[in-house]
Design a protein around this ligand. Structure first.
Ligand SMILES: [Zn+2]
Length: 328
């Protein structure tokens, strides 16, 4: 039989204990049956951790979905065996999170003269933990773009992603240099999230010469030129890990027809039936096959190619791909 990962249990145990402390405080003020019932539920969960049955469905004995346990560490049934009422509540939460997330995605119609851009955002479930941004500056002279990946999955990851989006949008409105945007975003993310929460992010701006980029632990962007592909490697640490994270700017020249590609590891780590990764090599091959056809054709071509590679296997991670192509 499958087991619930130890790491998840050790992450949830303190949360359950904290609930117990809070409830005990509340019980001192108002002693109701409701609080006593909740305390009993918490003690039963702690007991399940001690006897090794924590996180297993009481009906089918399979592990309860991690997302469900993160949302409710006291859960006793898997998704298939939730009560009708609980299942509805869970579905409504997912639906709401998906609506919030959809509103935050940029428009693919964002346009800057001389540039051709397109992104594809493909969450593995109803909601995703990937982040994608595309904003034209107020003076219409440059384009800000970003792709990121928040640790974790499901509703919790999508909420962190909306948090990251709000932080970046408010910092961008201050007109700061990119490396400064990144280090402030890192501090704000550190201050406002739990230690286990972090995000990788690469963001950039178009310039007269090409692009400038700042990378916080995200997979290396690719630069596709006529006949050559380069990875843009230098990277800082992911956001949210260390409060004094430092970030540096990399500038790259882009000539007419050159493309910059940002993506998340849901693409390169997509697996086929044989357990092989799609990998950077296939990504580059697919991009180059559509190189002259524009940003949309390149992005659509890669997503189609990954789906073909994966075959009938379900995606296990979100996929995001953003193309920034210089027209003239
Ligand atoms: Zn079950």
């Amino acid at each position: 039989m499958d087991a619930v990962p130890e790491s998840l249990i050790s992450e949830l145990r303190p949360k359950i204990l904290e609930r117990r402390t809070r409830l005990q405080t509340a019980a001192g003020a108002v002693s109701t049956d409701y609080i006593h019932d909740l305390l009993a539920e918490i003690d039963a969960a702690l007991e399940r951790i001690d006897n090794g049955s924590y996180g297993l469905c009481e009906s089918c004995h399979d592990p309860i979905e991690a997302g469900l346990l993160e949302r409710n560490p006291l859960a006793r049934f898997c998704l298939d065996h939730l009560s009708e009422q609980d299942r509805k509540a869970h579905e409504q939460d997912l639906e709401l999170a998906a609506q919030i997330q959809a509103k935050l995605l940029p428009s693919n119609a964002v346009h800057l003269s001389g540039w051709d851009t397109h992104y594809r955002y493909e969450p593995a479930g109803t909601v995703g933990g990937d982040y994608c941004e595309l904003i034209a500056s107020e003076d219409g002279k440059s384009l800000f773009f970003a792709v990121g990946d928040v640790a974790g999955k499901g509703v919790a990851a999508s909420l962190l992603m909306t948090h990251l989006s709000a932080i970046l949008r408010s910092l961008l409105s201050l007109g700061l240099p990119l490396a400064e945007v990144m280090s402030r975003a890192n501090r704000l993310f550190c201050d406002s999230t739990a230690a286990a929460h972090y995000a990788t992010l690469v963001c950039g701006r178009t310039t007269a010469e090409g692009v400038e980029l700042c990378n916080a632990g995200h997979c290396s962007p690719l630069l596709l030129r006529q006949g050559a592909t380069e990875r843009i490697d230098p990277a800082g640490l992911p956001l949210g890990l260390f409060c004094d994270g430092r970030y540096t700017l990399t500038s790259s020249r882009l000539a007419e027809g050159d493309s910059l590609v940002l993506y998340t590891d849901g693409i390169t780590e997509a697996q086929n039936r044989n357990g092989n990764d799609y990998a950077e090599e296939r990504l580059i091959h697919s991009l180059r096959a559509h190189l002259g056809l524009g940003a949309k054709a390149m992005a659509d071509g890669v997503i189609r190619d990954v789906a073909q590679f994966r075959g009938t296997l379900r995606p296990n991670d979100d996929m995001t791909l953003l193309i920034v192509r210089r027209l003239c």
